[in-house]
Design a binder for this molecule. Structure first.
Ligand SMILES: *Cc1c(COP(=O)(O)O)cnc(C)c1O
Length: 495
């Protein structure tokens, strides 16, 4: 959840701001004659647009260490993943129908694999070890004679863990299996010479390294093109693999971003590593802070931590002047917190207490200082609000205590009702959970005050959900709050 006025942006793994030099190059391209001509046209305008595109293609190729002809422009890494996976599998369907990927891929890699399952392919998803690494031996064990394609991401977008694509690719090459890697988080961050590695297909996207959104590429090793079936049919651009008029200004911006990234590779990783280290060290005194991906090689710009005793989305909501991500699933459609952290063996509580800080070109030590101060303040506040912070079973005679949920669950709540003359005169509560849960507990506490002890529950969870604008699929959390109030009521009856 990002405040548009956020002064501190630490969400570079979600997308990066454009570099000013990229904006300048794109503006120039849009205004100049390149903005007019169709690069496929043979007149002067078209030729000038085509020349700009070919310059950019060479810049892209220089960053990844490929030949320019091996770069196919797409709309981004999602499309590149789809083209690689659907295109390679469908083209090879008569040779074999087994795919291998991993449980920690980006959805842009996982969902095409699931689509292929519906088309009759068998899919094996290899689990990572506890550090988040895919063991090449575990991957080798998943290969079958009919395996046609393996896809393993280069750098994980949540944890920053770097996979051994050289070893995994070598296993594939020995067996004549195509190897694809989603390198959206690696290109521009990890020095690479893709041609020298056993990689056949590689997806990446400009907006993860200071280029524009909506433009990316698929590296297609020379000779592999014939083993890909296109997803689109049309005017034959990109040698038929990805038809459609090429967006000159987008591609110019992409090329410029690649040139800047190549220049920065010599020093930027060291600078980001120092900033990440500063962040990690300064978070330490909070206690209960776990590094996700510990023990594995990681890119320097991503620090993913789980913080005991706080729910990630409540934390992020409280950090309104800081843009970071969480693996918590409160507002997402899925009930599950981060499947990536779960695959690393994190339990639900630690998976839903995760924060991903991702740093980049414009991050400064002062940003880290301010981020740490904000996180400390908010973690302290949320931990104090949690039932865990309060000794249990200390109700005085005039208090009714009701508790529901518990440690390790998605909700934990405790209400204390102070009673005088059969009326609730004061309500205090402790709560752990997502922002909906915390808001609902506060709201209920207000409404319970003044009620008769025999009837402390103000309406039904459905009514509360409507009043608070809480989506129906989150009703379970409100039922937990109701349980706690009902327990207060039972206690009253028992006295
Ligand atoms: C961002 C990202 C994508 C999606 O890229 P788009 O260009 O936004 O489609 C795919 N894979 C990974 C690992 C990413 O980080």
């Amino acid at each position: 959840m990002m405040d548009t006025a956020a002064p501190i942006y630490l969400d570079y793994a979600a997308t990066t701001p454009l570099d000013p030099a990229v904006i300048a190059a794109m503006t120039d391209s849009l205004a100049a004659e390149g903005g007019r001509g169709n690069p496929a046209s043979l007149h002067g305008w078209g030729r000038r647009a085509a020349a700009r595109i070919e310059t950019a293609r060479a810049e892209v190729a220089a960053l990844i260490g490929s030949a320019a002809e091996e770069v196919v422009f797409t709309s981004g890494a999602t499309e590149s993943d789809n083209l690689a996976l659907l295109g390679a599998a469908r083209a090879a369907a008569d040779r074999g129908r087994h795919l291998v990927s991993t449980r920690i891929e980006h959805k842009a890699g996982l969902d095409p694999c699931k689509r292929l399952q519906k088309e009759g392919f068998a899919l094996t998803l290899v689990a990572p070890d506890r550090s988040g690494r895919i063991d090449p031996q575990a991957l080798a064990a998943a290969l079958r004679p009919e395996t046609i394609l393996v896809s393993v991401m280069w750098v994980n977008n949540e944890t920053g863990v770097i996979q051994d694509v050289a070893a995994i690719g070598a296993l594939c090459r020995e067996r004549g299996i195509l190897f694809h890697t989603d390198a959206a988080q690696a290109v521009g961050k990890v020095p690479m010479a893709v041609r020298e590695l056993p990689i056949d297909l590689m997806s990446f996207t400009a907006h993860k390294f200071y280029g524009p959104k909506g433009i990316g590429a698929l590296y297609v090793r020379a000779g592999v093109r014939a083993r890909l079936q296109p997803l689109l049919y049309g005017g034959g651009q990109e040698r038929g693999l990805r038809p459609g008029t090429l967006p000159t200004h987008q591609i110019v911006g992409f090329g410029t971003a690649c040139t800047l990234a190549r220049a920065a590779l010599g020093h930027e990783p060291r600078r980001l590593a120092a900033l990440s280290e500063q962040l990690w060290v300064q978070l330490g005194p909070l206690g209960g802070v776990h590094l996700n991906g510990a023990g594995a090689p990681r890119v320097p710009g991503i620090l993913n931590v789980s913080i005991e005793g706080v729910e990630g989305e409540s934390l992020v909501t409280g950090l309104s002047d800081l843009a970071v991500s969480t693996g918590s699933a409160c507002n997402s459609a899925s009930a599950e917190p981060s499947y990536v952290l779960r695959a690393l063996g994190r339990d639900t509580e630690l998976a839903q207490s995760s924060l991903r800080f991702s740093l980049g070109r414009f991050s400064q030590p002062a940003d880290i200082e301010a981020a740490v101060a904000a996180v400390r303040r908010e973690v302290t506040r949320l931990r104090a609000l949690s039932p865990a912070a309060e000794p249990q079973g200390t109700a005085s005679e005039a208090q009714l205590v009701g508790e529901s949920g518990g440690p390790g669950r998605e909700v934990w709540v405790r209400f204390r009702l102070q009673v005088e003359a059969e009326r609730v005169v004061r309500v205090t509560y402790r709560v752990y959970g997502c922002p909906h849960t915390i808001a609902a507990a506060a709201w209920l506490a207000e409404r319970v005050r003044g009620r008769a002890v025999a009837d402390v529950v103000p309406g039904t969870p459905q009514q509360w959900a409507t009043a608070l604008g809480i989506p129906a699929e989150k009703l379970g959390r409100l039922l937990t709050l109701e349980d706690a109030l009902r327990e207060c009521q039972r206690r009253a009856a028992a006295v």
